[in-house]
Design a protein around this ligand. Sequence first.
Ligand code: THU
Length: 155
Amino acid sequence: MELNLERFENPEELPQDAQDLLLAAVEAREAAYAPYSNFHVGAALLLANGKIIKGNNQENAAYPSGLCAERTAVYYAGANYPNEEIVMMAISAKAKAKETAVPIPPCGACRQALAEYEVKQARPIAVYFRGGSGPILKSSSVENLLPLLFTQKFL
Ligand code: THU
């Protein structure tokens, strides 16, 4: 099992649809509600019907009640477009007070949540992730980011 990531030095190197999606992720990031961590994350999903779904982290005074950007986006898509396949996801994350120039990958819980939809649709979801600036990494699927994933087949 091997992790395969493609690296792009700047957004202009991305295919147009991924470039547009990354811009949507940045827009989402700018609207994040993260007054406790001051770490702003935006995620955007491209659905097969061409629609872009945005999500961002939503924090809470009761800290564990908050939710990551990626799950906010994917659960919105699952709730509102249950039959629409997810083609790709873009993520941008940045600390409020400093530059974040390294790619920020989705956390383990978000990888598991995303994997559910990848398995459900039996089609890989490409994941592009970036900091606020700097290089972009692409994983061609969620499973690539979460080897040995736990799925319904074990139940
Ligand atoms: N966060 C995300 O939104 N996505 C991730 O994959 C990692 C972490 C959020 C959760 C919390 O609001 C803040 O970033 C700091 O952990």
